[in-house]
Ligand binder design. Sequence first.
Ligand SMILES: Cc1cc2nc3c(=O)[nH]c(=O)nc-3n(C[C@H](O)[C@H](O)[C@H](O)COP(=O)(O)OP(=O)(O)OC[C@H]3O[C@@H](n4cnc5c(N)ncnc54)[C@H](O)[C@@H]3O)c2cc1C
Length: 385
Amino acid sequence: MNFELTEELQDIKKLARDFAVKEIQPTVDFDDKAHRFRRDLVKKMGDLGFFGCVVPEKYGGNEMGFLAITLIAEEIARVHSSMRLPFNMNALGPARTILKFGSEELKQKYIPGLVSADLLGAFAITEADTGSDVASMKTRAVLDGDHYVVNGSKMWISNAPVADMALLYAITEPGKGAKGMSAFVLDCKLPGVTVEAITEKLGTWSAPVGAMTFENVRLPKENLLGKEGDGFKICMSQLDDTRMGCAAGALGVAQACIDAVLQYSNERQQFGQPIGKFQMIQDMIAQMIVETEGARMLVYRAATLKDKDVPNTLETSMGKYSAAEAANKCADYAMKIYGSYGYSEEYPVARFYRDAKSYQIVEGTSNIQKIIISNDALGYRKANR
Ligand SMILES: Cc1cc2nc3c(=O)[nH]c(=O)nc-3n(C[C@H](O)[C@H](O)[C@H](O)COP(=O)(O)OP(=O)(O)OC[C@H]3O[C@@H](n4cnc5c(N)ncnc54)[C@H](O)[C@@H]3O)c2cc1C
C-alpha cells in the first residue's frame, strides 16, 4: 500500500489548484450568483488536458489516469463545485463510454471534441417518473429503416441547455425491463430535440441543468452503443465512472469547508479568545478532517483500482457514499462554526452548504450506494462481477 502521490500526480494536483485559484476563484461569487455558466473556463480546462486523463492519445487524450482526473476534479470543486460538472459531462461520461462501447467512427467523431471541450456533452438517464429505478424508464427508440425514432423525455439532465451531444438511454424492447434498454449517442441539435432549462434549484448555480423532450427524433442506426439491449449494462458502467467524478467533487467541497473553518476559527473572537480555542469547535473541526481524510482514502483507492482496470464497483460506491456524506457533514459544521455569517452570503459557506447536497442525490443517491455496499457484504448481490 502506498499512501504517497507520485511526483507526477503532485504536479497535476498543483496545476489544477493553481488554475482554480487563478482562473475560477476571482469571479466565483459573481458567477454563482449570476447563475453564469463559464464556457470559456471549460474550454481552458480542455486545452490544459484536464478532460483527457482517461482517454488514449489516439483520441486526443493524455492517459494520465483516473487518479489524475480525480485529483484535478477535487481541486476544481474545492473552489467552485459547479465547475467540476464537465469532468463527468465530457470525460468520465460520454468520452469514456463511447471509448468502451462505441464504434471506431463514433470514437473519432466525438471523443477528441469532448476532450478538447470544443464539444460539450451530457448523459440522459433520469425521467420525471424514473430516478433510482433506471430500468423503469419510458423513453422509446423504435427502429425504422436505418434510423431509430425516439420519443419521450428526460429530466434533470446536467448540461442539457448547452450540450452538443448526449448519451441517451431509451427502451428498444418494452416489457423486458433492464434487458430492453439501449444506449445511443444523440446529437442534441437534431430536429425534434427540445430543451427547457431548470433555473430554480438549490445549488450548483453555475452548472446548467434541463429537461429534454424528444419528438420523433431520427437517430442514425450507427449511433447505437454496443448492441440493442446493452443499455442497462452500459448505463451501470457509465455510472461507475461518473461516480468517481462526483466523489472527487464532494471531496473538494468538504476540503473547502475545512479550509474556511480553519481560517475563521482563528479570526473570530468571542469571550475574549478565538473560537478555535473552544473544545466544541475543535470537536467539529476534528470530525470534519478525519471524515474527509477517510473518504479521500476510499476515493483514491477506487481511482487506483480503476487505473489497474480491476473490478471496482464496490470501492467506487464506498468512495462516492463516504465523500458525499463527508461533504454534507462538513458543510453543516462549517455553517455552525460561522454562525450568522455562515447563513449570510458574505462568506462562501452558504454556497458550500447548497452545493454539497447534490452529491447525496446524483449518480445514485446515498441510499443506492448503501444498497450496493450492504448487498455485497450480505452476499445477496456481489458488486464486483
Ligand atoms: C443537480 C442535479 C443534476 C443531475 N444531473 C443528471 C444528469 O446529468 N443525468 C441524469 O440522468 N440525471 C441527473 N440527475 C438526476 C439524478 O441522477 C436523480 O435525481 C437520482 O438518480 C435520484 O433519482 P430521484 O431524484 O428520482 O429520486 P428517487 O429515485 O425517486 O428516490 C427518492 C428517495 O427514495 C430513495 N430510494 C429510491 N429507491 C430506493 C430503494 N430501493 N431503497 C431505499 N431507498 C430508495 C432515494 O434514495 C431517495 O432518497 C440530476 C439531479 C440533480 C439534482
